[in-house]
Design a protein around this ligand. Sequence first.
Ligand SMILES: O=c1[nH]c(=O)n([C@H]2C[C@H](O)[C@@H](COP(=O)(O)O)O2)cc1CO
Ligand SMILES: [Zn+2]
Length: 164
Amino acid sequence: MDKKGQKRQGYLSWDEYFMGVAMLSGMRSKDPHSQVGACIVSEDNKILSMGYNGFPKGCSDDEFPWGREGDPLDTKYLYVTHSELNAILNYRGGSLEGAKLYVSLFPCNECAKAIIQAGIKTIVYDCDKYADTPSVIASKKMLDAAGVRYYKYNRTDREITIKV
Ligand SMILES: O=c1[nH]c(=O)n([C@H]2C[C@H](O)[C@@H](COP(=O)(O)O)O2)cc1CO
Ligand SMILES: [Zn+2]
């Protein structure tokens, strides 16, 4: 029950807020199959950077391929920048040492290397649909060795509606 003079109830938790921002970033992705979003947060809960999966600057979303199969040169995989790497590269403020990464999909091995080298110490992920692939197994091996903690986001199933 709301009481006069007391704080509002039902506000977003930090985890809901940061995972929500990561998912919102993912909604910018043009990938028709997997839209991934990432949000980097400082130790004292300030948002430092965001990213989503997409082609590098100058590589047109309409000219480069979004397919998944066939000649590797005709698939997205050789061209797309992952959301986590984009979030790291988008940061212009200096060091990410000790930061946390919220990401909608578990980071691959290439992103794990960048995460470790950037000094990010905690990963909060939502989906882990590629857990059985060599890429994610290798990723976890490196994160474990480097002492990067990772834990699954606890979905609250809160619906957030924004009219824009
Ligand atoms: O860590 C990741 N971060 C990330 O942004 N991605 C992107 C690359 C691709 O655009 C898409 C994966 O494509 P697909 O699910 O169709 O294989 O997600 C993929 C991974 C792999 O775990
Ligand atoms: Zn990756």
